[in-house]
Design a protein around this ligand. Structure first.
Ligand SMILES: CC(C)(COP(=O)(O)OP(=O)(O)OC[C@H]1O[C@@H](n2cnc3c(N)ncnc32)[C@H](O)[C@@H]1OP(=O)(O)O)[C@@H](O)C(=O)NCCC(=O)NCCS
Length: 195
């Protein structure tokens, strides 16, 4: 179902552990909350962040992309506290117009309560509203929990790129590219990669 960021949100929901959540599109007022959220992430999460959201300039670029429509971001608040976000980003290159990259991050203390699944599902709806056809999720091969979550959400591992990314300590890691076909044309894709 295609939904529009401006009209569908805010949305209120209750997680399986009883936490009340408000989901709403990001805006400039979320800047400090995003920086605070990223800065309290454990080292193992920070190691694999594809965008370093502990850096104010990176957050500013992210907010700019969201305002421009190239990117759509949903923030999840429990009361005043930012407890997660989901983002879909469209590359500017014309031949990549159909693909959006998804990034999801849930506060460690709220993981496995269903918020990741809800945010991914809303991001799918928003992505359809942006006329995206395919969603890409990138993670390192060591992020086994995230890979399993995305597999459960219907993503397929389509590529494994050796020594492709570097973590904050400068160590290289293999990158897994998982995709979800919003149009259900995945029979046209290559065979799933065996990891
Ligand atoms: C990956 C992530 C977004 C999942 O969010 P979450 O709120 O914990 O996930 P949910 O509670 O909605 O779980 C979704 C499904 O995955 C399962 N799951 C959750 N964590 C899991 C884990 N570590 N290993 C295996 N399965 C897991 C859940 O049981 C659920 O399946 P079910 O509906 O069949 O029961 C979250 O762990 C996270 O923020 N990780 C760090 C950032 C990251 O790696 N992002 C991915 C790259 S963009």
């Amino acid at each position: 179902m295609a939904i529009d960021l401006a009209t569908h949100f805010p949305e209120h929901l209750t997680l399986t552990n009883g936490t009340e959540i408000e989901l709403r599109p990001v805006n400039n007022d979320d800047r400090e909350a995003i920086l605070g959220f990223a800065q309290q992430l454990p080292e193992e999460d920070l190691l694999f962040l594809s965008m370093d959201l502990t850096e104010p300039t990176v957050v500013d670029r992210w907010l700019k992309a969201s305002a421009s429509g190239r990117s759509a971001t949903l923030c999840a608040y429990a009361g005043e506290q930012l407890v997660g976000y989901g983002n879909v980003h469209r590359e500017p290159a014309p031949w990549m117009q159909r693909v959006g990259e998804i990034r999801v991050n849930i506060a460690p203390q709220l993981r496995s309560a269903g918020l990741g699944r809800i945010i991914v599902s809303r991001i799918f709806d928003v992505a359809q509203g942006m006329a995206l056809k395919k969603i890409l999720a990138r993670m390192t091969i060591e992020q086994t929990g995230a890979r399993e979550v995305f597999r459960k959400l219907g993503f397929t591992a389509e590529a494994l790129l050796a020594d492709f990314v570097e973590d904050r300590k400068g160590l290289s890691h293999d990158l897994v590219m998982m995709t979800y076909d919003l149009e259900g044309l995945s029979d046209q894709a290559g065979a799933p990669v065996k990891l």
